[in-house]
Design a protein around this ligand. Structure first.
Ligand code: PLP
Length: 362
């Protein structure tokens, strides 16, 4: 028997979440952002649930090839554009749309031989200071691109640093409006947080990443229930063994947990080598047979321990849901586990370890 742990990818949840993005931005087209192997879900496994999107956005050229290999003939966008001149050949061959964020990328296009002009997303650095042309350089970049026979339509794009937080997007929207005034073309501004929280933001193309996978982009300000999102990934394992503790007994490495009274502890076949964060402290929420309880003691490489004191019926073989959906339909948002570990759901999804078998369901 294989070790009792697996991750499930729920196609119906992906489709449901994508529909939420459409509902929030009814006039926009929706990119399903599938970079980082669909945020750890697996591009091939997530494809069924996300095929209702208007296009797929990613940044690895090999991932673009995988989406084409699935038979997708619609738009694919390279969010960081090309990394070297010969990447343009693949763009021509596969009909990829690509971001243009620096002058080198324009130089490469100008030297590129192609029959088929490329659709490009010209990126403005409106304050994030990662990729994109500064406002003062934006118009001349547009003019230069627009004059190239290698270029078809130009979409104007920027990315928000604080769509999920206090500062919001107004300051960047103002910079974007000023820099793009009078320039023709479609606009693409909103990520998940902006799509849900700032629905009015001008965007012909929204870029739905994390919301598609069932995490609240502005957690803990709002949760998935508030946004009507469903977990697309469930990490489930089973109880391997049970230990009866007396008051004063400790659990696990470092003896970081001491029982104050008699307790029943379940040992679960999941550890940090499966992608469960070692930083999750005692008290991190977990479901056993779909019933909420907590972890106790340190997470080790292959095992972690949970409190079964209040669940006498639970024992070896009981289902443990580390995040996502339990078999009985109970839900543990991945955001709650990420918060306990001091991180965000994006990181947990992307860190699901290769040794965990993954199964597409629904
Ligand atoms: C990853 C990414 C997104 C998606 O962000 P989410 O917060 O996951 O919605 C959108 N735009 C760009 C440029 C990205 O790199």
């Amino acid at each position: 028997m294989p070790r009792p742990i697996e991750a499930l990818i729920h196609a119906s949840a992906l489709a449901h979440n994508l529909a939420r993005a459409r509902q929030a931005a009814p006039d926009a087209r929706v990119w399903a952002v599938v970079k980082a192997n669909a945020y750890g879900h697996g591009i091939e496994r997530a494809f069924d649930g996300l095929r209702g999107a208007d296009g797929f956005a990613l940044l690895d050229l090999a991932e673009a090839e995988r989406v084409r290999a699935l038979g997708w003939r619609g738009p694919i966008l390279l969010l960081e554009g090309c990394f070297e001149p010969r990447d343009l050949e693949l763009c021509s061959r596969l009909g990829l749309w690509h971001a243009v964020h620096c002058t080198e990328q324009i130089d490469w296009l100008a030297a590129h031989k192609t029959q088929q002009p490329h659709r490009v997303f010209l990126k403005l650095n409106s304050g994030m200071n990662r990729l994109g042309f500064k406002p003062a350089a934006f118009r001349s970049a547009w003019t230069r691109l627009n004059a190239l026979p290698q270029v078809d339509e130009i979409t104007l794009m920027t990315h928000f640093s604080d769509a999920d937080g206090e500062r919001g997007i107004a300051h960047q929207v103002a910079v974007f409006r000023a820099a793009t005034q009078d320039l023709p073309g479609e606009r693409s501004l909103a990520n998940s947080a902006a799509t849900l929280r700032h629905a009015g933001v001008l965007s012909d193309w929204v870029r739905a990443g994390i919301l598609s996978y069932g995490s609240a982009p502005d957690h803990p300000h709002h949760d998935v229930v508030h946004w009507g999102l469903r977990p697309a990934m469930s990490l489930r394992a089973r109880v391997l063994a049970v230990q009866q503790l007396e008051a004063g007994d400790t659990v696990g490495y470092g003896s970081s947990f001491t029982a104050e009274q008699p307790m029943r502890i379940g040992v679960v076949a999941c550890g940090y080598a499966d992608g469960y964060p070692r930083l999750c402290p005692t008290g991190t929420p977990v479901l056993v047979d779909g019933v909420p309880t907590r972890t106790v003691g340190r997470v080790s490489m292959d095992m972690l321990t949970v409190d079964l004191t209040a669940m006498p019926a639970a024992g070896p073989g009981s289902e443990v849901t580390l995040w996502g959906q339990a078999s009985n339909g109970a839900m543990l948002p991945i955001d709650a586990v990420a918060m306990a570990a001091g991180t965000i759901a994006y990181e947990l999804m992307c860190a699901l370890a290769p040794r965990v078998p993954v199964r597409a369901v629904d």
